[in-house]
Write a new protein. Structure first.
Length: 377
């Protein structure tokens, strides 16, 4: 990591801009309590013929069924990977450029007898330096004669942040939840200009939180390796006391290179070159520290966004979905949404028991009939 502040800017972009969705996952809850999952990824020609493996977000084995489809059309091949002849037949219909442009999709599907089985067997891919995203599952089915009620929930636990400076120092609870999750809607009632100024203030607080963590780690590393400097110009205690004076937050622009600037700021302030020994060389002490900090940022903010979809039996009564279109609910799963607290995917639905209405009507009619009808004596 050569430019720490640029990496911080990148993380801000991850939070504020729509990420390119690299994966899509659909969960379907059936009325009998069984369920299935489908994971969709874009496929190029090498994946279609089995030369490279699809980069699924879940661990997949032989119990998963793979399908191939073109964009939003029906499945065109359930036998995967394709033979050379099958691939050539597709190329006749869709050009290679179209195929390699991301129009072909591979779908992996697995059926489960229950949500409990899904919770036991479904696992996100455990990648090195990535957060553990496996959630807690909850499913409840309640029969109420005329209706059956369903509740489904996935809870992604709040991330453990490996940062020395807590988020609460800069952002209040509701500010952090809005910044990372988009709720509660604390800009409601504001004018466009007021909302712009408010969001700009939140962005500055967020940036200062990241900067403060970087500065804290940087000065901790300097103190830890103080003995490697020849003729240090100041004591450790005095250096720490002057930290905010030497390098106050906000002094460096977002495009400044932290490596060179902070080193120069320290040397210039104390009129020395003693601090340069900690930065010299590509494998220097400070470069290693910066790489570790970069890995921490990647763990916290580095997961590609997952487009998550859910279908429930019957009519949706309540949900935390960001988008509700037709019978499909939608969320976005990413690690930054778990920074301020647990991230919950939840929906409640109600399915009409038509047979109960019919049976009740028959019983009522029979009761009325028995009351009205009087047999002859």
């Amino acid at each position: 990591m050569k430019t720490t502040l640029k990496i911080m800017l990148f993380s801000v972009i991850l939070l504020l801009a729509a990420c390119k969705q690299s994966s899509e996952m659909l969960t379907v809850i059936n009325s009998d309590g069984s369920c299935y999952r489908e994971i969709t990824v874009n496929a190029d020609s090498s994946m279609m013929v089995g030369k490279t493996k699809p980069d699924f977000i879940s661990e997949t084995d032989s119990s998963w069924t793979l399908f191939l489809k073109y964009s939003n059309e029906d499945i065109i091949h359930s036998d995967f990977p394709l033979t050379a002849h099958e691939y050539d037949s597709i190329v006749v219909i869709h050009s290679r450029d179209t195929i390699n442009g991301g129009s072909m999709q591979i779908i992996a599907r697995k059926d489960y007898s229950s949500v409990k089985e899904m919770s036991e067997k479904f696992r996100y891919v455990n990648q090195e330096k990535k957060a553990n995203l496996n959630p807690g599952y909850y499913f409840e089915k309640k029969f109420r004669w005329f209706y059956t009620y369903y509740t489904y929930r996935e809870t992604y636990k709040k991330l453990h942040l490996d940062f020395p400076v807590p988020l609460e120092k800069y952002l209040k609870k509701e500010e952090a939840e809005y910044w990372f999750k988009g709720s509660p809607e604390i800009t409601k009632g504001m004018t466009g200009m007021e909302a712009r100024d408010y969001l700009g203030d939140l962005e500055n607080k967020y940036n200062n939180w990241l900067l403060d963590n970087y500065r804290t780690r940087t000065f901790d590393e300097i103190i830890k390796n103080y003995g490697k400097m020849k003729n240090p110009p100041v004591t450790k205690e005095r250096l720490l006391a002057l930290k905010d004076t030497i390098a106050p937050l906000g002094k460096l622009s977002i495009d400044d290179e932290m490596n060179d600037k902070l080193e120069k700021m320290l040397n210039n302030y104390f009129k020395t070159n003693a601090f340069s020994v900690l930065w010299n060389g590509n494998d220097s002490i400070m470069k290693k520290m910066e790489n570790n900090f970069s890995e921490t940022l990647e763990t916290t903010l580095g997961l590609n966004e997952i487009q998550y979809k859910l279908r429930m039996p019957g009519k949706i009564l309540k949900t935390t979905a960001l988008v509700a279109g037709g019978d499909t609910l939608e969320w976005k799963i990413s690690t930054n949404r778990m920074i301020a607290g647990d991230y919950v995917i939840e929906a409640q639905s109600r399915k009409t028991n038509t047979w109960a209405f019919i049976l009740s009507a028959v019983i009522i009619c029979a009761a009325i009939g028995s009351f009205v009808y009087k047999p002859r004596k």
